[in-house]
Design a protein around this ligand. Structure first.
Ligand SMILES: Nc1ncnc2c1ncn2[C@@H]1O[C@H](COP(=O)(O)OP(=O)(O)OP(=O)(O)O)[C@@H](O)[C@H]1O
Length: 326
């Protein structure tokens, strides 16, 4: 097992940033630490990196107790959102830097730099300065630099956070492919559920200093352990006291089911191929239902129409009252 985190606690003054965190991060996988802002993701990453110390608990990396080792002795590579590459050095020099200070033979450094620039698709920019690269290219340079010294673990803190949506998406796909090639154990922090669901092998959901759930993207989406996980990983609405995904609700214009929630269509909003229907139930609650455009048209859904709502067969739901299980 690559990273074993045991009983980690961390406070800042009176504020509890991490509370009894226990986690095993498997070797060779891409693991996302996902959660809302301020939940403790970066603090946990910094403790793994050795940039911050926990108040109690231990961190083991590849069987070595790293709890009191300084960052440079942990063999971890890290990349942060606003990662400062050396501005006065060319792209190639930036990648070579870590190897040169480790006094690796010149020929080896040259070969490794060429290989890495190829890997991050920056070979044609080897002689440029970082200021002559785009934001996405600079982040790829930062990753190449972190990978140069062959870290056991690669730690990324919102590495694509500052970039625009399109570049972010490209880099996300690229990171997945890169990881499939190099298989270095990678932990990345994100608050973006889509990013985690698309890229990660395993997701650790962190909220208010505690781990809510650990699992594959499918497990988290299909079997959310808590109402928090369910609502953080996708849109939810409340039907009959249950959190449910709006596309998992069947809407009928006649009482086909014996036990349905009755209501009246209050709003209809067309967004691309979807139609978002807000139903005001007879008990005064608003429920959102998502239908395809064709389905909505066939049903003749319009404001004022009386409708019946039921959870679709196989729909996932979590009690809206359920709290975090310890
Ligand atoms: N050096 C510090 N001193 C005081 N409080 C801190 C310090 N570092 C972090 N915190 C607090 O600890 C909490 C967790 O912070 P952390 O950066 O780990 O959250 P996060 O989940 O990574 O959030 P974000 O996505 O916003 O970075 C926050 O409430 C933050 O204000």
């Amino acid at each position: 097992m690559s990273i074993e985190i045991k009983n980690i606690n961390k406070t800042f003054g009176d504020f509890v940033a991490l509370e009894d965190v226990n986690l095993t991060i498997p070797t060779g996988q891409l693991t996302a630490l996902l959660g809302p802002s301020g939940g403790g993701k970066s603090t946990l990453l910094r403790i793994i990196a050795g940039l911050d110390n926990a108040d109690s608990g231990t961190v083991e990396i590849e069987g070595v107790n790293a709890t009191s080792l300084p960052p440079q002795k942990r063999n971890v590579g890290f990349v942060f959102q606003h990662y400062a590459v050396f501005k006065h050095m060319t792209v190639a020099k930036n990648v070579a830097f870590g190897l040169e200070i480790r006094k690796r033979p010149k020929a080896e450094v040259k070969a490794r730099v060429a290989e890495l620039l190829e890997l991050v698709h920056l070979a044609q920019f080897a002689n440029r300065l970082p200021s002559q690269l785009s934001g996405g290219q600079r982040q790829r340079l930062a990753l190449a630099r972190a990978l140069a010294v062959e870290p056991t673990v690669l730690l990324l803190d919102e590495p694509f956070g500052a970039l625009d949506a399109k570049v972010r998406k490209e880099l996300r796909d690229w990171l997945r492919r890169l990881h499939d090639e190099v298989h270095v154990t990678t932990v990345f922090v994100t608050h973006d559920q889509e990013e985690a669901l698309e890229v990660a092998d395993e997701i650790v959901v962190i909220n208010q200093g505690r781990i809510e759930q650990v699992g594959s993207p499918d497990q988290l989406y299909d079997e959310p352990a808590t109402d928090f996980v369910m609502s953080f990983l996708g849109e939810v609405t409340v039907l009959d006291g249950q959190l449910i995904r709006p596309h998992d609700i069947e809407l009928s214009v006649s009482p086909v089911h014996s036990a349905g929630v009755e209501g009246t269509v209050a709003r209809v909003l067309r967004v691309g191929f979807e139609v978002r229907v807000t139903v005001l139930t007879d008990s005064g609650e608003e429920v959102v239902v998502v239908l395809t455009r064709t389905h909505a048209r066939n049903l003749g859904v319009d404001v004022g129409k009386h409708v019946w709502l039921n959870a679709a067969a196989g729909a996932i739901s979590v009690s809206a009252m359920r709290t975090v299980s310890a």
